[in-house]
Design a protein around this ligand. Structure first.
Ligand SMILES: NC(=O)c1ccc[n+]([C@@H]2O[C@H](COP(=O)([O-])OP(=O)(O)OC[C@H]3O[C@@H](n4cnc5c(N)ncnc54)[C@H](OP(=O)(O)O)[C@@H]3O)[C@@H](O)[C@H]2O)c1
Length: 296
């Protein structure tokens, strides 16, 4: 089989970066994309000798940026287009859902959902025309279960799960396969990006619980594994002649999902509230709500 061309979004860090290097070493022609051009330069310099790793600036929320990347892919592949698109770029807005602004929710959906779909639409026509291609969407275990203070992020991954299921049915007749990769807790820059701004909720009823969120983060990070596990799962999803609909990485995530599925909701709620300090005594007093008329 001739060399396959794979484009990865969000390859300046974490899972995307590791996957770019892993696939380049495995003999794929990789187009690693991201917003930080300096990081892309560093990535290119780290590519294994003899491998083919190209880089391209791509912000998934920018139409112009997507168009420029699509033009570069057409040029690089002589009009063939991508064999595989890995939609990996994403981040998490953390915080109590009721305290998040419209702007928070919009920027979360702009990258994780609308950006991903815009990139997909840009590269899909060449796949449909050829009658072959594969789209790997990096979702999360958090696309199957919701964690406290992660509702906004989790909801984007739930959306991605559903959109991917629909595309899997709808694109199969065109020879295009859609696969979900669902990482568990992975050691990357993700937590720093997500947890950085949560101190802004200090003045809300959730302030004391949020202040302790660092403890929760430390507990979760104790179970974290390196991004190579996800890079390997993505590789399996690309290389398989007949890929599964979902790849959980690491594989023991299946056990967690199975356990969560059979746990009664009341018990699950109790557990989640306990570990994230969502008990009445941990909440700061809430000032009396303003009557609607007075609030206007
Ligand atoms: N780490 C985990 O525990 C975990 C678990 C489940 C799922 N995931 C998913 O795995 C994917 C990769 O996350 P990660 O853990 O590798 O986090 P990371 O180390 O923070 O990397 C995220 C990547 O996404 C990029 N990105 C963010 N917004 C972008 C945009 N608008 N356009 C292009 N690129 C953008 C970042 O680029 P910049 O350098 O430009 O910011 C970075 O390269 C995400 O979809 C995440 O939801 C992660």
């Amino acid at each position: 089989m001739s060399q396959q061309t794979v484009l990865i979004t969000g390859a300046t860090a974490g899972i995307g970066r590791t996957t770019a290097l892993h696939l380049a070493a495995a003999g794929y022609r990789v187009i690693a994309t991201g917003r930080r051009s300096q990081e892309l330069d560093r990535l290119r310099a780290e590519a294994p000798a003899g491998s083919e790793l190209h880089t391209q600036v791509l912000d998934v929320t920018s139409t112009e940026s997507i168009e420029a990347a699509a033009a570069e892919v057409a040029r690089l592949t002589g009009g063939h287009g991508l064999d595989v698109l890995v939609n990996n770029a994403g981040f998490g807005v953390m915080g109590p859902v009721s305290e998040l602004s419209d702007a928070d929710l919009r920027r979360q959906y702009d990258t994780n959902v609308f950006g991903l779909m815009a990139v997909t639409r840009a590269f899909l026509p060449a796949m449909q025309k050829r009658g072959s291609g594969r789209i790997i969407n990096v979702s999360s275990i958090g696309g199957r279960v919701t964690f406290p203070f992660m509702g906004a992020y989790n909801s984007t991954k739930y959306a991605l799960e559903s959109l991917s299921d629909a595309m899997r049915y709808e694109l199969a007749p065109f020879g295009v396969q859609v696969v979900l990769v669902e990482p568990g807790v992975i050691r990357t820059e993700f937590a720093d990006t997500a947890m950085g701004p949560v101190t802004r909720f200090a003045g809300t009823a959730y302030g004391p619980a949020i202040a302790k969120a660092e403890t929760l983060r430390t507990r979760m990070e104790a179970t974290a594994v390196g991004p190579e596990v996800v890079a390997k799962a993505i590789h399996r999803a690309i290389a398989s002649a007949s890929p599964s609909a979902r790849y959980v990485a690491p594989r023991f995530g299946h056990l967690m999902l199975a356990a969560l599925n059979i746990t009664p909701t009341r018990l699950l709620d109790w557990g989640f509230r306990r570990v994230s300090f969502l008990t009445r005594k941990e909440l700061a007093p809430v000032s009396a709500p303003q009557p609607l008329a007075a609030a206007r």
